[in-house]
Design a protein around this ligand. Sequence first.
Ligand SMILES: O=c1[nH]c(=O)c2nn[nH]c2[nH]1
Length: 295
Amino acid sequence: ARLAAARYGKDNVRVYKVHKDEATGTQSVTEMTVCCLLEGQIETSYTEADNGVVVATDSIKNTIYIKAKEHPVNPPELYAAHLGQHFLDKYPHINVANIKVIVHRWTRINIDGKPHPHSFYRDGNETRNVEARISREAGIELKSAIQGLSVLKSTGSAFHGFVRDEYTTLGETWDRILSTDVDATWTWKTFATVADVEKGVERFDQAFDAARNITLKTFAEDESASVQNTMYKMCEEILEKAAEVELVGYSLPNKHYFEVDLSWHKGYKNTGKDAEVYAPQSGPNGLIKCEVARS
Ligand SMILES: O=c1[nH]c(=O)c2nn[nH]c2[nH]1
């Protein structure tokens, strides 16, 4: 037998960092969950119980906190780059750091129309994520994402003209509910160094805001002919907006809402154009995926 692949580290490292603006007294908070897995000349720790090559996962966990103290945690793309590069700089035998940063939402509370200086609420399970691969050989590869942004539209979605054969029971519709949990990713050009990530660092927040706004606007305004076509439009717009992004992807569950026929009860009309009461389905669900490149 031979070791075909290996990476190890610490997962589910929860980190919180507060920024206190002395001038205004306003405090800002960031909460994230970090996974850091290392690759390199570590084979003998698996094959020969040689722990001399092992940077303990406990030390990796410590490093995640230390780098959060030393460096900004925003944007998460920059924090991930600093954290990953540390392992290559410190340990000659470590050649790749795989890092995932999941940033949770703490949205500032508005009290009587005024933003509160140090109070926040969790507005949804939506997260902003970064997956980074920092490699001695290939440089810094960053993939940013929005996950868990649940959206629904009560009309403005159709699905008809699809294959009809002896396997088909689904009726055509020109007016349906569309509901999904957005999982959008955008992959950046490769950065050679952390300095290159840092130069023009505003690109990351700008791309996140653009991706989120484009997703919501296109979802709301597109007279959707299918999930496929609507998500493709989102990809095109994000590519247009973010020059240094090379690839955009979506993975969207189609969370079905079934009409409930109530005609057996006093002849109630509740289907087609009279449908008001529906049965939201937990499963099965459609799952539509795509990746769109610049050209
Ligand atoms: O938008 C949709 N795309 C599909 O491929 C599909 N299949 N059933 N319903 C569907 N809705």
